[in-house]
Write a protein that binds this ligand. Structure first.
Ligand SMILES: Cc1cc2nc3c(=O)[nH]c(=O)nc-3n(C[C@H](O)[C@H](O)[C@H](O)COP(=O)(O)OP(=O)(O)OC[C@H]3O[C@@H](n4cnc5c(N)ncnc54)[C@H](O)[C@@H]3O)c2cc1C
Length: 306
């Protein structure tokens, strides 16, 4: 199918784009990589009267470290550029680990980091990662007004965001990783490049005594938005993350945190099973990578291999 007729503009500056969005707010839509928007237009699931192409706007793309040791990514940064960035690998290794799971290389060559967050697909990897890492996004509107939105409140529902129609997402900020923290991303898709049946992001921190001081587990493809698994995390806090404790946490996620849907891709029961298995794997890897200081309990108690 082809999209319905639409107008198309390519503004040169951010202010120009924001003014167009303010004037035509009910019918205009920003166009980033077009990898989600164009297919939805072709299927007539979205019928914007005007596309505002963001590709010429300077400074909307780019990756830079922040002074506090965190990372900032411009909304129009290509997913492929983030995937290959040494700075992303160093400062937000969870994001680096998740990016190759996003679609296919060809799509990541066009798709943007900001476009993925703004599209708000509950099966997308990057929102779950942003949520796990406590990221914030900046939005701007005409007149130089901007605000920051926490990932926690960015996605109120299926394909919905807290971004107003006259606003643009301009950059994403990831806080620095706490010392002793470990991370991991795991997902299962039927074929390489397909959307995940379930995905899990885990961020943990080991204290000096080898106990879990912080745990954050997020899941994708199990709800109408990325989900934070608080019950699973509670099982871990203050405990030495032995294999048995990790299994207990993974069971809590599957039993109490999620209520996954059945669809043509997988039954709810299978998704629940995946939630447990992938959470166990993600937590095991995250704890292995955490607490990289003398006295760290992780690798020692797993020396026999598990
Ligand atoms: C075959 C296929 C497989 C895919 N598989 C996956 C997958 O496994 N995992 C995954 O996460 N994604 C997948 N995708 C989606 C892909 O990652 C998209 O690139 C991404 O979701 C959207 O990024 P984009 O830059 O292409 O945004 P666009 O398609 O241009 O825009 C998406 C939406 O966000 C809005 N938007 C874009 N930028 C901004 C901004 N700066 N401010 C405000 N609103 C904005 C647009 O108006 C639109 O509503 C797949 C896509 C295809 C075609």
């Amino acid at each position: 199918m082809k999209p319905p007729p639409f107008e198309y503009v390519v503004p040169d500056t951010l202010e120009e784009a924001l003014e167009i969005l303010a004037e035509r707010r009910s019918e205009a839509k920003p166009l980033a990589g077009g990898q989600s928007l164009v297919p939805t237009m072709n299927f007539r699931l979205s019928e914007p009267g005007l596309l505002v192409d963001l590709r010429r706007i300077e400074n909307l793309a780019g990756i830079r470290g922040t002074e506090d040791g965190g990372l900032e990514i411009g909304a129009m940064t290509l997913q492929a550029d983030a995937e290959r960035s040494p700075l992303v690998a160093e400062r937000t290794p969870l994001l680096a680990e998740a990016l190759p799971w996003v679609a296919h290389a060809q799509i990541r060559n066009r798709g943007t980091v900001g476009g993925s967050l703004a599209h708000a697909d509950p099966a997308a990897e990057l929102p779950a990662v942003a949520l796990a890492l406590g990221a914030r996004v900046e939005t701007c509107r005409a007149g130089g007004r901007s605000r920051w939105i926490d990932a926690e409140t960015l996605w109120p529902g299926m394909f919905a965001t807290a971004i107003e129609p006259e606003e643009l997402l301009t950059r994403i900020r990831f806080p620095p990783a706490a010392p002793g923290s470990g991370f991991a991303f795991r997902e299962l898709a039927r074929r390489s490049g397909d959307f995940a049946l379930v995905g899990v992001a885990a961020v943990v921190r080991l204290d000096e005594d080898g106990r879990c001081g912080m745990a954050r587990i997020t899941l994708l493809s199990v709800a109408d938005r990325p989900l934070v698994a608080n019950e699973g995390a509670k099982v871990l806090i203050g405990r030495i993350p032995t294999p048995a404790v990790i299994v207990e946490a993974a069971r809590a996620v599957a039993a109490r945190d999620v209520d996954p849907p059945s669809d043509i891709h997988a039954s709810a029961a299978y998704r629940r099973h995946l939630c447990q298995t992938l959470t166990r794997r993600a937590l095991t890897a995250a704890f292995d990578r955490g607490g990289d200081r003398p006295g760290h309990a992780g690798p020692r108690w797993r020396a026999g291999g598990w």
